[in-house]
Design a protein around this ligand. Structure first.
Ligand SMILES: CSC[C@@H](O)[C@@H](O)C(=O)COP(=O)(O)O
Length: 363
């Protein structure tokens, strides 16, 4: 059975026989491969909130399947399904992919005949998953020359790429965004080495990116979140590539907390700082990223406690009565971004260039 497979190729999938939806529970990686079924909308919301699934494209696809599950449970009541879709949309605030995917899946379903709405939603969720996989593949193709160019200039030496959080296939559907050019370069025989920021407090870099890169045979080293600036000063970083959860049409980039500091350090050291993203991560409504992108704040216990290897075991890091704050994302202003690697090609972080690439009209 599909859901019992030991190493799923995707972080979310449908069982073709039963139509059931399964995910990898990413909270358990790298220590255990646990697969969970999403049986209803509450499961979907829980999985997104608790970060069983995470990463902007993946939470979009998960939200779209949530709309399918809403219709499957309420075929006769489209208003109830629409209400459930609104709940899913609110599960996490920063990644724009969630609202993007939920809204269009709802629209597709409501355009179908009453009895076909669940089927239409399910088909559209699958279509979004396919689209995101293909977009990631294209991001890999368009990003590859950036790495190849550096490799040509340092024959016999590795191209050192720093990344933050997990913008790999676990966060998307396949290939990843930031990792797609890295996987492409590795497959082409280019000597790449990745500095993996551990990404406190949930350690998506240490747990997930390191696991992914290791499985693909890509050389990598996990570093503490604050090591990047030092490595850049020592000439040990050639290129930074990160993902994003929401990027404004003016080029401001929301990504995992700490990304902004990496961009500042890269600028100070004359190192290219690229952001890889599919078009679903652009927000075409927001001009000012710092002022307008909603930044998720999560439970402070994620900062206070360090998860252990054993399930449900955590270790208190702080004095018992110290307060903690858990800002999950920050915004890197466009001026610090060298360029975007997208499915349509590479472009500067600038409104006209972005709109030209995506053929959006000026507002
Ligand atoms: C291709 S994923 C890009 C981003 O979603 C990723 O870099 C990130 O910040 C994920 O944050 P997370 O809180 O783990 O969902």
């Amino acid at each position: 059975m599909n859901h019992l497979q030991k190493n799923p190729a995707r972080p979310i999938w449908e069982d073709p026989d039963t139509g059931k939806i399964y995910i990898i529970d990413q909270r358990q990686l790298p220590h255990q491969m646990v697969v969970s079924e999403l049986a209803d909308v509450d499961d979907v919301i829980f999985a997104i909130c608790e970060m069983m699934v995470r990463g902007a494209p993946l939470i979009g696809v998960t939200g779209a399947y949530g709309v399918y599950l809403a219709f499957a449970a309420n075929t006769s009541d489209p208003d109830e399904a629409a209400q459930q879709a609104r709940r899913i949309r609110r599960a996490r605030p920063t990644a724009v992919n969630l609202a993007w995917a939920v809204d269009q899946t709802l629209e597709k379903a409501l355009a179908a005949d009453k009895q076909d709405r669940a089927k239409a939603a399910r088909q559209h969720a699958a279509a979004i998953a396919g689209l995101e996989a293909e977009n990631s593949r294209l991001i890999g193709e368009h990003g590859l020359p950036l790495i190849a160019e550096i490799a040509e200039k340092k024959p016999g030496q590795p191209v050192n790429i720093l990344t933050h959080c997990n913008a790999g296939w676990l966060a998307c559907i396949a290939h990843g965004t930031a990792t797609a050019p890295i996987y492409q370069a590795h497959r082409q025989g280019i000597n790449v080495h990745v500095w993996v920021d551990e990404t406190r407090p949930l350690n998506q870099g240490a747990r997930l990116t390191a696991w992914e890169l290791g499985a693909a045979g890509v050389a990598h080293t996990v570093i503490t979140d604050n090591a990047g600036g030092h490595l850049m000063q020592k000439g040990l970083v050639d290129l930074v590539i990160v993902g994003t959860d929401r990027t404004t049409y003016t080029g401001d980039v929301a990504n995992k907390i700490g990304t902004y500091l990496k961009a500042l350090a890269a600028r100070d050291n004359g190192i290219a700082f690229y952001v890889a993203l599919p078009s679903s991560t652009f927000d075409w409504q927001i001009r000012d990223g710092v002022g307008q992108i909603p930044i998720e704040t999560r439970d402070s216990d994620e900062v206070r406690y360090m998860p252990g290897v054993e399930k449900n075991k955590t270790h208190l890091l702080l004095p018992e009565d110290s307060q903690a704050a858990n800002y999950a994302f920050d915004v890197t202003p466009a001026r610090l971004v060298t360029g975007f690697i997208t499915e349509k090609g590479v472009c500067p972080a600038e409104e006209t260039a972005i709109k030209t690439l995506f053929q959006k009209h000026s507002r």
